[in-house]
Design a protein around this ligand. Structure first.
Ligand SMILES: O=C(O)CCC(=O)C(=O)O
Length: 265
């Protein structure tokens, strides 16, 4: 299937959900007017890394965020890989990705599995303990959040799903500028080693502690960069044929050639 993706590389207003909601509403409308099939938002787009706000959040259970996203998906007839938001449950506060289909139907939530100590996530958040697999009209996909991309075994675990191998790996992030070369290198490696499309949306701008590097990027299963931004506040569009993963996987059948009998010392 030909899939048109739209990655919203936005500057997130720190601790100001009202402003971020307005931005996201207009960006989704803009992407839908360009006939995007899937719109991708960055990590923690409602508040940024404002942990004080997250802990006092009036929308603690993300009910408002979910209603808002569902309504936008339905109104604009777009699938949403809607970045992540802070979401409280009885077990803790999570950094949670939300996915909706074109009809506004809730598809998936995935809570960040690997918490990033350099930004003190482990002091404020709980780590998710379930996978990021989901299905949209284009087929199976998996979602990851920022630091997750440093864990190839986590992404590979999704590729080894017994029934459904994902074709597209979605990544949402607030990745700082000083390590943006690592962001690119890690994402290209993840695309090649998993023979999958990687669709990775980062934020731009700054908060009181960090400057973020942008470079939202779409990468083919061969590791070719199909589209990439620098640090501008804009939408990145890229379209690709999801079926191409099958040709790549048949040509160099890495999933058949794994030596699982040897992968322990
Ligand atoms: O791994 C990195 O360098 C950045 C990760 C990060 O910023 C995050 O997970 O929020």
């Amino acid at each position: 299937m030909l899939l048109k993706t739209a990655l919203v590389q936005m500057n997130i207003a720190y601790g100001d959900p009202e402003k971020n909601y307005k931005t996201v509403e207009s960006k989704i409308a803009e992407a839908a007017a360009q006939y995007a099939d899937v719109v991708v938002l960055p990590e923690l787009w409602t508040t940024g890394y404002d942990f004080d706000y997250m802990e006092e959040n009036p929308d603690a259970e993300a009910t408002q965020a979910m209603t808002f996203l569902s309504e936008l998906a339905r109104r604009h007839r777009v699938n949403l890989v809607a970045g992540s938001v802070a979401k409280k449950t009885e077990d803790g506060l999570y950094n949670t990705m939300l996915v909706f289909n074109r009809h506004g139907g809730f598809v998936k939530e995935y809570s960040k599995a690997h918490l990033f100590r350099l930004m003190e996530e482990e002091k404020h958040l709980s780590q998710g303990d379930a996978g990021g697999m989901f299905k949209l009209e284009h087929g199976y996909a998996a979602g990851f959040i920022c630091y997750d991309i440093r864990f190839p075994e986590w992404m590979r675990t999704h590729m080894l799903h017994p029934a459904h191998q994902p074709d597209v790996l979605y990544v949402v992030a607030e990745w700082p500028k000083p390590r943006i070369e690592q962001w690119r290198a890690l994402l290209i490696a993840r695309a090649i080693e998993n023979q999958s499309y990687v669709v990775a949306c980062n934020r731009t701008g700054a908060d009181p502690n960090n400057t973020f590097g942008g470079h939202s990027i779409v990468i083919s299963p061969l590791g070719t960069v199909l589209a990439e931004l620098e640090e501008e506040d804009t939408i990145l569009y890229a379209e690709f044929e999801t079926e191409e993963v099958h040709e790549v996987r048949e040509n160099i059948p890495i999933f058949q050639d794994r030596r699982t009998d040897m992968y322990r010392l």
